[in-house]
Design a protein around this ligand. Structure first.
Ligand SMILES: C[S@@+](CC[C@H](N)C(=O)[O-])C[C@H]1O[C@@H](n2cnc3c(N)ncnc32)[C@H](O)[C@@H]1O
Length: 161
């Protein structure tokens, strides 16, 4: 009996902790605090999944993004993802594109992303340096989800695209 209560209390505490973590994470990671500050953005990845993307409702966003990509480019042969983070969305994108190339600032994030999506191709660098990074490759679709507002000069990234 006591064990059952303990297990129930532990489950409730766990879900409360998760909810607090998501709220604090979202509040603490407002884009204004990180916008253009690439050192700070990179340091965030000292801890795993700093935006709590794996456990939050973002799966809905990823699924909807996939739905739109599949509609715009059925059998998409190649996709470029800017700001891949730890590859959580990359895993989704790989379901609607034959070949995914992803660019990310943080080496730690890329190391985890490579484990998560081994068949995607990850490049460490800044989206602003897109042309030298992809070396003339062309892509049917490019995504920049939840990342342009962290970029120092979004116009430069759009021009590079
Ligand atoms: C909030 S995460 C978004 C991850 C994923 N795209 C999503 O929508 O869930 C933003 C990512 O963009 C990366 N990022 C920000 N500015 C960048 C830049 N100039 N070049 C490449 N990556 C950048 C950050 O390091 C971070 O991993």
């Amino acid at each position: 009996m006591a064990m059952a209560y303990l297990a129930q209390a532990s489950t409730m505490l766990g879900s409360l902790t998760d909810r607090i973590r998501v709220s604090l994470s979202r509040a603490g990671l407002r884009y204004g605090e990180y916008s253009g500050n690439y050192d700070r953005l990179t340091r965030l990845y000292r801890r795993r999944d700093p935006w709590n993307l794996a456990n939050s409702g973002d799966g809905v966003r990823f699924a909807e993004t996939n739905r739109r990509i599949a509609r715009a480019s059925p059998d998409c042969p190649s996709l470029l993802e800017l700001g891949a983070g730890e590859g959580i969305q990359t895993g989704f994108l790989a379901r609607v594109a034959d070949r995914v190339t992803a660019i990310e600032l943080s080496q730690e994030a890329i190391d985890r992303a490579r484990q998560r999506v081994p068949h995607a191709h990850f490049l460490k660098g800044r989206a602003e340096d897109l042309s030298p990074l992809v070396q003339g490759q062309r892509f049917a679709v490019a995504t920049a989800c939840e990342m342009l507002y962290y970029v120092r000069d979004p116009g430069a990234v759009l021009a590079a695209l």
